[in-house]
Design a protein around this ligand. Structure first.
Ligand SMILES: N[C@@H](CCC[C@H](N)C(=O)O)C(=O)O
Length: 289
């Protein structure tokens, strides 16, 4: 089976072309692919399937030919991935499956419209962020208040005084499981300039990553709210680079680089054993949409 590897500001993905939905993508197979030592290595998997071939999204087939079946590195399913959808768009155009310009992609979070030229940045209409209240998290013994923002997937975006550069995100942050029964992506944020923020993120199902697109939008929403400016553009600086988030009255846009870096063939053994170690243990799903 062939694969392509790509990333958006170093949030990286294994892309699996599976147009006719023939692949049974178990959590163990996803975890084996994403394993950074014994597999290909990635924060997640993007399976490329014709929308009409997937019962869970077949009703979206009229609006988008392709469905981004996104999985976290632990094999769990998530509703949306902002960097993933930008890399997915880059793959479709590169593979000749879509023409550069503007088109829709089906996700579990609904249709996302993307815009791209032959090269350069990819912009996605991320929809209207939903602010669901406030919550808190504890990271390395410190507790931070944050905003509960839903971008299709759940986020807790915390503006903090500690420099994010010094944070230890090696362990999963503690959070309120009544507020987030299916887990949460936690963003820690410093304002670093005029409409500019630095963000670190611990992603549900993937651990700390070097960027998160839905997290960048949640971050901009929290920063905009603190600034008392509900609309406007924010630069979100992440470990893997920088993305731009534009907040409109009705929607939000995420813009940044999306690149493909490699392609190749997956040895059958990696998927057959379910794990690159030959260990068939199946990790828990990180979300039940
Ligand atoms: N990195 C992604 C988000 C991927 C899903 C997330 N880990 C979840 O479980 O909700 C992004 O760029 O948005």
């Amino acid at each position: 089976m062939r694969f392509v590897k790509g990333h958006g500001t170093e949030n990286d993905f294994v892309i699996l072309p599976d147009p006719d939905a023939r692949l049974e993508l178990t959590p163990a197979k996803v975890a084996a692919l994403c394993d950074r030592r014994a597999g290909i290595g990635a924060d997640g998997v993007l399976r490329v399937v014709r929308t009409e071939r997937c019962a869970e999204v077949a009703d979206l087939a009229g609006a988008a030919e392709w469905f981004m079946d996104y999985r976290n590195a632990d094999g769990g399913i998530a509703e949306m991935c902002g960097n993933g959808v930008r890399v997915f768009a880059r793959y479709l155009v590169d593979a000749g499956l879509a023409a550069a310009g503007e088109f829709g992609i089906a996700t579990r979070g609904g249709i996302k419209r993307v815009r791209l030229g032959g090269t350069g940045d990819v912009t996605v209409d991320m929809g209207r962020p939903r602010i669901l209240g406030e919550s808190r998290t504890t990271v390395a013994g410190r507790t931070y208040d944050g905003l509960n923002v839903n971008m299709g997937n759940p986020h807790l975006a915390c503006l903090i005084d500690d420099p994010v550069a010094g944070l230890d995100l090696g362990r999963e942050p503690e959070f309120d499981r009544e507020v987030y029964p299916h887990g949460v992506n936690v963003e820690l944020i410093n304002v670093v300039g005029d409409h500019a923020v630095a963000m670190r993120v611990h992603e549900r199902g993937s651990g700390e990553t070097r960027s998160c697109g839905t997290g960048a939008v949640a971050t901009a929403v929290a920063a905009a709210r603190a600034a008392g400016e509900p609309t406007g553009a924010w630069q979100v600086r992440v470990l893997g680079g920088s993305v731009t988030v534009t907040l409109d009255a009705d929607t939000s846009y995420l813009s940044g680089p999306a690149v493909l870096v490699a392609s190749g063939v997956i040895e059958p053994g990696l998927l057959e054993s379910g794990s690159a170690h030959g260990n068939p243990a199946v990790p828990a799903f990180s979300a039940t949409p």
